[in-house]
Write a protein that binds this ligand. Sequence first.
Ligand code: FDA
Length: 310
Amino acid sequence: MVLRQTLLAAARSDRLRALASGTRLTRGVVDRFVAGKHAEDAVRAAGELAEKGILSSIDHLGEDTEHPSQAEEITKGYLHLLHLLSEAGLTDSAEVSVKPTAVGLALGGEGPRLAADNLARICAAAAEAGTTVTVDMEAERHVAPTLRLVASLRPEHPWLGCVLQAYLHRTEGDTAAVASEPGARVRLCKGAYAPDPVTGHTARRDVDAAYVRSLRRLMDSEAYPMVATHDPRLIDIATTLARRFGRTYDGFEYQMLYGARPDEQRRLADLGARMRVYIPYGADWYGYLVRRMAERPANAAFAARSVLRR
Ligand code: FDA
């Protein structure tokens, strides 16, 4: 618990971000969880997964942009990525995931409007390419603005996906609200940021129980559940609930992160399930990677070993 809190605080530190980005020592860890620096690297990874029957959602790394020009750069990065996916004939299997603060949500004042404009451009390009977009969920202060952002674009793009984090108390209410929208694509995850003990569950057991309650609600609805977890117990529960509520393998999907449990990803895809892998790419990997270490001490140990080997 202490290690997790320390790492989640480190994930927000600009000083550590600058220090880590300037070193080559972390390369082994980055390579395992990040497809590469360029959109071409992510498209290559998506192509390799597609050959194994695995879907993907590609994330252009970057978050908490501090200037509209950064948000513009990231938006253009997504437009380029969608163009490459289209050229590679991968839009049947690959979509994109977008962090709202990367496209400007947290810029204050005009931020929400800028984020809505940028996300609308990405959605229009995705629609033209024949694929979809899922909007990631970030720290708790961004949850309400993010849900408003998604709701504002859903009328035009009903396939626009959103993410709900089981560790927040509010999520069961949010789940009930989205579950009433037929076809709504909802990615349910545990939550990767530091939960506030007043507004969120901090004990793993409570997060897992809340996850199951929201999952059950989604499976018993007309929404399209996207079960984002590596947790073997929750994967089993999702499979059982899907059967109980009469969902076939095309009525929901499992999702995991690039580099995490590749054998399980393959196993589920081989069973005929829809298995989607979240592929991050880009130079701004620091916050993403430190959150992965906070989730799983084995990832932090892997990082430490790869540093010591050099
Ligand atoms: P948890 O980390 O609690 O692990 C439970 C068990 O799963 C472990 O004990 C182990 O058995 C197994 N396990 C976990 N990781 C493993 C690994 N790498 N290798 C082997 N076994 C492993 N978060 C967020 O806040 N906003 C978001 O938008 C997203 N988006 C997102 C997309 C996708 C596709 C995924 C999979 C996850 C996210 N997340 C996220 C991250 C999510 O909130 C969560 O932090 C991580 O998925 C880790 O939680 P788990 O559910 O995997 O369980």
